[in-house]
Design a protein around this ligand. Sequence first.
Ligand SMILES: [Ca+2]
Ligand SMILES: [Ca+2]
Length: 561
Amino acid sequence: MFHRFRFGWFYEISGPVAGTGSPVNIKHRITPGKNPYIFPMDECPLESRAALLESRVALPESRVAMLQGCAALLESRVPVHWNRFFIAFPIVACLLLGACGERENAAVQTPAVPPNIIYILADDLGYGDLGCYGQEKFNTPNIDRLAQEGLLFTQHYSGSTVCAPSRAALLTGMHTGHTVVRGNREVQPEGQHPIPDSTYTLAEMFRENGYATGAFGKWGLGYPGSEGDPNAQGFDTFFGYNCQRMGHHYYPHHLWYNRDSIVLEENAGKLKGRYAPELIHRETLNFIEENRENPFFLYVASIIPHAELAAPEETLQRFRGRYPPEKPYEGTDQGPQYRKGPYESQQKPRAAFAAMISILDRQVGEIMEKVRELGLEENTLIVFTSDNGPHLEGGADPDYFDSNGPLRGYKRDLYEGGIRVPMLARWPGWIPPGTRTDHISAFWDVFPTFAEILGVAPPVEMDGISFLPTLLQAGDGQEQHAYLYWEFHEQGGRQSVRKADWKAVRYEVLEHPDGPVELYDLSEDLGETQNIASDHPEVVAEMEKILREARTPSAEFRFGG
Ligand SMILES: [Ca+2]
Ligand SMILES: [Ca+2]
C-alpha cells in the first residue's frame, strides 16, 4: 500500500540506523509538486527514534507524520544507499504511477533535491560580446567556462529590446503582447511603472516552494514601496537600484536594501569612493553563503555593461590605450541633473566598456567559485544571459567591438541584434558539458522551465514553453513555439514576429498600425539584409495576422490610438 504526499520544505533528520547503531544526519530538501514522495507507510512504525531537528516553518501534522515515516524508513535500510534511494525513488515512482502531473513530456527527469538556481542577467550585453560567441577584442574566460561546462544557446531571445519590459517578460512568463509592463515608463522622482500586485511572478513561485529568493542589482519594475517593488513581488531580499534610471550611475548617492535607502557617503557630491557593482556583488556572494543550507533562487541583475561607461581606475588602466583611437564622450558632469539620469563624461569609452565586461566576467567567476567552495556545484543551475542587445549610449561603440556579432541592429531595434542574446546554462550532472543548441527560446520560457524543475504548475497561463528537455538534452521531448512575438512602444512603435526561420518586422506602428511588414529568411539571411516580403505575400499575410492577434490591448501601452 502506498501513500502519496505533496509538499516542499527543507528539513533535517538524524538518528541511529537500525541494526548498525551508526548515526546518520541527513539534510534533505523535499521536492515539491511533480515528484511525489511515496513511502510504504504501513511498514514504518510511527515511534521512530529519528528526530526532526530543523524546519523552516511549523509543519502541519501530515508532514510530521511523513517525516517520521521517512525517518523510520531510514532506520530499516542499509545505511550506504540511503541517498541514492532518496534521489532515485521519486523518479521511479513517478514513472511507474504516471504521477508526473499533466505535462505531456513525462520523460524528463529532474532531481529529487530541488536545485539552487542562479540567474545572471547582464544589462545591454550583445550577442557578440562574449568570447564564446566570437568576441575577439577582449576576453571573458569565466563566462566562457559556463559554456565549456554547460550548454550554449544560439537562438535565445530577450523579452524586449529595453530593460523593463524584458524583465517583465522574464518574471511573468509572458511576452510583450500580454505582459503588463511593455515599455520603460518612468515614475518621478525615482522608479518605474509597477507591475501590479495581482501579477504572479517567478520569485513568488520560488518562495511558495520553500526557496529563499534574492534579487541583486537593478529592478525597474516598480518604484520603492509600490506594489511592484521587489519585496512585494516575491523577493525576500533585494539590494541594488530600484530605479533603472538611477542605475545609469555606477557611483550612486544611494542604493536600496529592501525598502531602506542606503546612503553611500563615499559617493557624496562628486566623490567616487564606492563602485556600486562591487558592493552589490559582495552582497550577492553573502546571499549564497547565507543560504547554503536551503534552496535559493538568486536573480543577479547586473548593471554591466549599460551606460554610463564607468569602471574603477585600477581596472580601467588595464585597458587604457588598447583600443585607439578613443573618441571622448561629453556627458553631464554637474548641475541639477547630475547623477539623476544623464551619463557622465568618459574620455576612454572603448577601454571603459571592455573594463566593465572584465569586471562582470570576474564576478561571474567568483559566483561560480563561491558555489564550488560551498559544495553546491552539483546542485546549482547557473544561467547567464542579457536583457537586450548592445546600446549606443554614453560613448559606446558597438560596431568597433562587433557587439551584435553577425546580427543587424542594436538596443531598441526589433531586428535580431536588439533581441537575440547569449544564454549559457551550467548544471553539472544534468546538463552535458560543452554542448550547443539551436532551440528557439525566449525570456518568457524561463518561468515555465524553472516551474518544471520545481515540478509545479504555475496558476496562471503563460506564453512560455519550458526548455527543460533542451537543457537536459532529453531526446525529442522539446515542444516548439508556434511563433515568438515582440512589441516596442518607443521610436514610433515597433513589432516583430519570428515563426520558424521567418522573421517579420514592422516599424512606425504608432502612425501606421497596418503599415508594411519587412520579411527576412533567417536561415539564408541571418543579418536581415534582404527584405523579401514582395516575394512571399502568403507568408506576409500570415505574419500580419500574428501581429494583430498575438497581443491584447493595453491601456498603458497602446498601438494605433
Ligand atoms: Ca538593458
Ligand atoms: Ca504578485
